[in-house]
Design a protein. Sequence first.
Length: 95
Amino acid sequence: MARRRAGALAGWAGVNPLPPTREAIATWSQRFLADLLDLPLADIDAEARFTEFGLDSGKSVQFVLALEDRLGIELDPGIVEEHPSIAALAAHLAR
């Protein structure tokens, strides 16, 4: 299924495949979310719930789409609700 990418954030997706490790997924997610939410990187705590730093449903979809592209797998948009922090999501996705 083809999906549209977020304008300025499209550069985050698909540049290089993301190694499927916890550390790589968590680091990429922190950087992407800091950019997406216009927050300092230091404000993106991997253990905090996504909602604590303002990830709403629209931005959540942008995050999941970019993560899909980087990992090369399809993800359910609700994955951030099932795994509500960067650390939990990275642990789930790591291979």
